[in-house]
Design a protein around this ligand. Sequence first.
Ligand code: FEO
Length: 179
Amino acid sequence: MITKNVEKAINEQIKREEHSSRIYLAMASWAERNGFPGAANWLYAQTEEERIHMLKLVHYLNDRGGSAIIPALEAPAAKFKSLPDVFQQVLEHEEYISASINELYATCTKEKDFTSANYLQWYITEQIEEESSVRSILDQINLAGSERGGQFLMDKEFNAMAAAKRAAMALSGGANAVT
Ligand code: FEO
């Protein structure tokens, strides 16, 4: 059985992960409309990945005897200044999510719920990869410069990264790899 405090904290993280998915969906749509099909491809893949993060927590909470609540969500931003602006926002959002996972972990240990804390190790490791990959993308975008040609070449790199992300999701069993 899970404590009410842990249940509440996991439900808050479910909301954050679902919101992340919608934020990246809005960014993907912007990139698709503004001539960055590769970046859009990566962001659509990221949308799917965040949905898996959300679903894993839904299954985990229900499996432990808690109640996973599907939340109402505010609309994400629809307009962005540029591709670097999009990925700067992705990085800041991932840093926020890392901090929120750490807080959730702290709640679990405070409640002596070491089973949940152990489960969250997967998310802690995942956040290292999430932040690192976005920092690397941002570096590459900045290196490509503001020239449209450079950004076009960079955009092609995104397709390979999106394919790798989708392959990793399939290998890990996606949202079915719950416990
Ligand atoms: Fe689920 Fe990108 O944090």
